[in-house]
Design a protein around this ligand. Structure first.
Ligand code: TPP
Ligand code: MG
Length: 332
């Protein structure tokens, strides 16, 4: 794995802080009704993305996830201004404003969405890995899903085929403790999600996912296995989300004290503590990073606000259309 240098920690701090502030801004814009529809935020789970990106080869590896999907494409190299524009439904967005919050996508950056159907992306991730293996491309696909999605049948079908065909896919369950308001304890008779892989003899592990180092190490080993043709790995990332499931969640299913307990092991604070313990940056340098982050969030907001909405003429251009569909006229 690439060395964990001072520069890596400083990058982690800046990137994770940016992702968090970017999403805090989205929450504020949602309240102002500038972001419409659903909005699921990633606050608290940032160490997973930071660790994964460190372990990946960004020139070839792929990523696919569920609807908590705003910061992953940014990590993969998508212009954050375009992501914010997409969330505001603007023509300059990643899908020209026609996708919105749950559907960020960038084929150019090997980020394959953005999926609202719980568990729907698990077989798609296996399919991306199948395509790479079939074409002889030496890449791995990181396939993310939640603890709730882990209980879907699609996971078992995908696990079986991925093991049978030794596909270069890393299945990553982001276990944040809840599927909407339902705790892991209430969805199954065991809480060790990683054990679901054992029935398929898939290498399966639990990871302390509040720490990007632990994430990077586990994901690096999994990617190595995939590149060697040894097939998939299943990683259960033990994490936590600070905000509700989506913006319309009153959070009656958990206590404020529980959230505070997790904030004590906050991933960004852990990285900052390491920076400070090693004297890798002065207070002034940290402040410079904080200011850069604040300015970039502002720039994204300004770009999105000033961008035009898509022209209504494109409204039906991206809707599935079947020429010989017999029941309704296909052009409205
Ligand atoms: C097939 C399907 N069933 C139900 C829903 C409604 N739903 C949306 S998110 C969600 C919970 C998923 O929780 P989890 O997989 O733990 O992901 P998290 O939101 O915690 O990241 C549910 C039930 C859906 N979108 N798709
Ligand atoms: Mg969950």
């Amino acid at each position: 794995m690439k060395e964990l240098t001072k520069e890596v920690y400083l990058d982690w701090y800046e990137n994770m802080l940016f992702w968090r502030k970017f999403e805090d801004k989205l929450a504020a814009l949602y309240i102002q009704q500038k972001v419409r529809g659903f909005l699921h935020l990633y606050n608290g789970q940032e160490a997973i993305l930071a660790g994964c990106l460190h372990a990946m080869d960004l020139s070839k590896d792929k990523m696919i996830t569920a609807y908590r999907n705003h910061v992953q494409p940014i990590g993969m190299g998508v212009d954050p201004r375009k992501v914010m524009a997409e969330l505001l439904g603007k023509a300059t967005g990643t899908s020209q404003g026609l996708g919105g919050s749950m559907h960020i996508f960038s084929k150019e950056h090997r980020f394959y969405g953005g999926h609202g159907i719980v568990g729907g992306q698990i077989p798609l991730g296996a399919g991306l890995a199948f395509a790479d293996k079939y074409k002889g491309i030496d890449a791995a696909t990181l396939t993310f899903f939640g603890d709730g999605a882990a209980r879907q049948g699609s996971l078992h079908e995908a696990f079986n085929m991925a093991m049978l065909w030794k596909l270069p896919v890393i299945f990553i369950c982001e276990n944040n403790g809840y599927a909407m308001g339902t705790s892991v304890e209430r969805t199954a008779n065991h809480v060790d999600v990683w054990k679901l892989g054992l029935g398929y003899e898939m290498p399966s592990y639990a990871v302390d996912a509040m720490n990007p180092v632990k994430v990077a190490e586990a994901v690096y080993d999994a990617i190595e296995r995939a590149r060697k043709g040894e097939g998939p790995t299943f990683l259960e990332m033990k994490t936590y989300r600070y905000r509700g499931h989506s913006m319309s969640d009153a959070q009656h299913y958990r206590t404020k004290a529980e959230v505070e307990e997790y904030k004590k092991i906050d991933p960004i604070t852990q990285v900052l503590d390491t920076i400070k313990e090693n004297n890798w940056a002065s207070d002034e340098e940290i402040e410079e990073i904080d200011n850069r982050v604040r300015d970039l969030v502002k720039e994204c907001e300004q770009f999105a606000e000033e961008s035009p909405y898509p022209d209504t003429s494109v409204m039906y251009d991206v809707v599935y259309e079947q020429e010989d569909y017999p029941f309704l006229p296909h052009k409205l």
